[in-house]
Design a protein around this ligand. Structure first.
Ligand code: MG
Length: 261
């Protein structure tokens, strides 16, 4: 789940044993997303996906992290097509051929959070949407590669933004990635656009960052629907979202939610 920038939250470094627990939390998230990818087919309601995700978490001794978070009603954020993030699961919304669906899932396991997201194709999608998914996923890995000791948070943002804009797409600015640990959202904020601010925090070993490019086919501008949650593109163009939780180690970035197909 992405964060709306607000007051600065504390940056809390994690010990290696804590990172190990966070890896287990994130592997539950990755496992759930892989399960959902198989089950997300034409005719399935978005609330059915939500039920399956919650069951999966509880079967793995974890608790869905988003349910009740600032009043969010679901375990999953399910965002279709022009929806960017934070779509609310519904028994009245069914997956259709040609849709793209962004699924964001988080759990709490032994007091630590995991958070990851991926955008799936439902049936056959057009080449524009397919390329949007490819570029957004690539931009996530470009960002992750910069999550190295001595870099700044802005280096992640520059890597994501540069890759996205080279392909003619735009990054969402209104929502950002975040530190993660014993809270779902900790410091630092991890934007997907350069702030042109060289004073963004230095990246340190022990940071765990949820890096999550939200990429629009058209304008970067988004708005929140009347439900108070669902973020959509202003021009109704499709949007994609990929997220990993990544630990910064002395030897480089460690993708805790690795293995999402
Ligand atoms: Mg997140």
């Amino acid at each position: 789940m992405s964060n709306a920038p607000a007051t600065a939250k504390q940056i809390i470094l994690k010990t290696p044993p804590e990172i190990e627990i966070m890896q287990r939390a994130n592997q539950i998230v990755a496992g759930a997303l892989n399960m959902l990818r198989e089950k997300a087919i034409v005719g399935i309601s978005t609330s059915q996906l939500d039920v399956w995700a919650e069951e999966y978490a509880r079967q793995h001794d974890a608790v869905p992290a988003f349910k009740g978070y600032h009043g969010f009603p679901g375990s999953l954020c399910v965002s279709l097509n022009e929806q960017v993030v934070h779509g609310i699961p519904s028994p009245k919304v069914f997956l259709a051929e040609g849709d793209i669906v962004s699924i964001d899932f988080g759990v709490c396991y032994k007091g630590f959070y995991g958070d990851a997201a991926a955008t799936f194709a439902i049936g056959k999608i057009d080449t524009k949407k397919a390329d949007l998914l490819k570029v957004t996923r690539e931009s996530l890995y470009k960002g992750i590669a910069q999550a190295r000791v001595g870099n700044r948070i802005d280096d992640i943002a520059v890597a994501v933004q540069t890759h996205v804009e080279q392909h003619g797409y735009s990054v969402v600015k209104q929502f950002v990635g975040h530190g993660i640990g014993t809270s779902l959202h900790e410091g630092p904020e991890v934007p997907n656009y350069s702030s042109d601010n060289k004073s963004t925090p230095r990246i340190m070993a022990g940071m765990v960052l949820a890096i999550e490019p939200m990429v629009n086919l058209g304008t970067y501008e988004v708005k929140v629907l009347k439900d108070g949650w669902t973020v959509v593109t202003r021009d109704k163009s499709p949007s994609a979202h990929f997220e990993h939780s990544v630990a910064v180690t002395e030897s480089g970035p460690l993708i805790l939610s690795d293995g999402i197909r």
